[in-house]
Design a protein around this ligand. Structure first.
Ligand SMILES: Cc1cc2nc3c(=O)[nH]c(=O)nc-3n(C[C@H](O)[C@H](O)[C@H](O)COP(=O)(O)O)c2cc1C
Length: 168
């Protein structure tokens, strides 16, 4: 498997923790992890396998570092790249806009030619609306550390084994 570039933005550390868990599951030599506060979108060009992690803030908005990072995608060609997404949100207090940032990022990745893998079933979540929804699946791994923290390790482990076979 080619090296994975994992890029995350995190306000209070939850997405950062999830990124570390995902990286550990992939195995140390297989992944390079970036906090997007410290790089720009041109770094994506170095990888054919990309994982993007974002929490949702405000009311369905991107995490603040993503507000700066995502516009840079307009200068990066993601054609031929395999992209998996993971999002963090709160399905209880933000049920109408659960994980919307993951939906926003997915749309931009596809617009730039990236192939999105890693759809995740909605079973076990209770929410009323999400732009990260496609049919009966989320477009990527859904993590809710506010309400279902105990389920995070199992979800991460299952999702990483699922996407591993699809990475280049
Ligand atoms: C002020 C505030 C706004 C939030 N807005 C949303 C939201 O619109 N949708 C959602 O799914 N989660 C929302 N959340 C939940 C966060 O996304 C969640 O706590 C996440 O784990 C934070 O991850 P981070 O620490 O990596 O940024 C919000 C949380 C706070 C405190």
């Amino acid at each position: 498997m080619k090296t994975v570039g994992l890029f995350f933005g995190s306000e209070t550390g939850n997405t950062e923790n999830a990124a570390s868990m995902i990286a550990a599951e992939l195995g140390d030599g297989n992944v390079e992890v970036y906090n997007i506060a410290d790089c720009d979108a041109s770094s994506l060009a170095s990888y054919d396998n990309i994982i993007l992690g974002c929490s949702t803030w405000g009311f369905g908005e991107l995490q603040s570092d993503w507000e700066n990072f995502l516009p840079g995608f307009d200068s990066v060609d993601l054609t031929g790249k395999t992209v998996a997404l993971f999002g963090l949100g709160d399905q209880v207090n933000y049920a109408d806009v659960f994980l919307d940032a993951m939906g926003t990022i997915c749309e931009k990745v596809r617009e730039r030619g990236g192939s999105v893998i890693g759809a995740w079933p909605t079973d076990g979540y209770e929410f009323t609306g999400s732009t990260a929804l496609e049919g009966s699946n989320f477009v990527g791994l859904a993590i809710d550390t506010d309400n279902q923290d105990d389920m995070t390790p199992g979800r991460v482990s299952e999702w990483v084994s699922m996407i591993s076979g699809q990475l280049q």
